[in-house]
Design a protein around this ligand. Sequence first.
Ligand code: PFF
Length: 469
Amino acid sequence: MSETRPQWGSRVGFILAAAGSAVGLGNIWKFPYITGENGGGWFVLIYLVCIAVIGLPIMMAEIFIGRTAQNSPVGAIRSLSRPGSPWIGVGWLGVLTAFVILSYYSVIAGWAMHYVFLSVEGGFAGLDKTQVDTIFAEFSADPMRSVFWHVLFMFITFAIVVGGVKRGVERSARILMPALCLMMVALVIHSIGSDGFKPALDFVFAPHNENFHWGPATLEALGHAFFTLSLGMGAMITYGSYLKRDDDLVTTSVTVCTLDTVIALLACMVIFPIIFTYGMEPDAGPGLVFKSLPLAFGKMAGGAIWATVFFLLLTFAALTSGISLLEVAASYFIDERGWSRFKASSICAAVILLMGVPTALSAGTKLFGSGFAQMTSIVFGENNGKDWFGVFDYISSNWMLPLGGLFISLFVAWRVSGEARERGFKSGTKFDRMFWGWVFLLRFIVPFGVIAVFLNLIGFFDLIGLTGE
Ligand code: PFF
């Protein structure tokens, strides 16, 4: 297997691709709005702690598995345990999660692409709040347009993955990631001059108690750490499997986590200054990027240009993440079933495309929207029903990723032989003294944190009156 296994052209190529997977809608769309909803500063601090003590060790564990086994998740876990071991189920769960996440991720990425076009046309200039809200509501509820952008995004993702690890995934990351960073820097510089910059700095980096409840905030930060770092479904196992065995595990993981965190914070420093300059509220929820921002762009000098840059940035970020999701799905069929890369990526992309159609129709049809929500209220409680998109998003990011992350850390900490664990960690790194710290976090802190998330999801903390509300 290892002679024919594709490899990254260089370590920088790997870092760009892995950071490309991590940096996505999670950083630019979701992180700012959950920071806004949770009151800013304290939430950001807790999030940074979660990244350092939970996210980073799991990222190292995933890259460790892939790099050691030189195989995609299912085969990698098999070769580090034994054929028929129940741990292999973790690999299966990862492949399934890739299908589920990419199916709705692609729909939101499609919205971002559509907004690039609206911005180029100068689409938000002079509009009032109702008009901007209507643009979003009408577009997301229009089956033809939603499906069209979803199909286009899936097609581009497929076209890159089919090119292979070096010529497709790595090459695209080498172009898209520097472009993304440049656009981010330009947007931040533009924000620095605005009236809202100081209040935004204060909101994001100074402690505030308003809207902040440490229990729910901690759990939200922890859950988001998995999603934003692409952990818990084997994306980093897959990307790690294209590394050489003596590539440094510690510095690569630290670099990827740092890049992801810096981009998430910079996204806040782009979005909140705009929000505060135009007197809007930071806690607008998921509509922050698709409704509040366009309204502000419409009022800004040169707004069409800035809006175009922003939504292009969002599209690029989503694309490099979508690529990693499709790569996880396709690599399973390539490594385990012996399919050609073309067959694996085209069939996976087609299945994901079909799975995403109901999401694209969630806002516009009763069947997958309000009707579906009514049905699922049996499970989620009255008035809490979710449409198709909501169900997929909820199950994958709240349950499947943390569950996968939990098992991956338990696997590396308790199941892999001590000798393989130590040799794997220490090969190629100067930081071998961090080994025991890593094992300690994986053995005790990660399981404790993830189990707390699950207890919260099933309402345990409400039951014992610990939610802090
Ligand atoms: N990390 C991506 C984001 O923040 O948008 C989402 C993601 C990509 C999750 C790849 C999982 C994954 F395997």
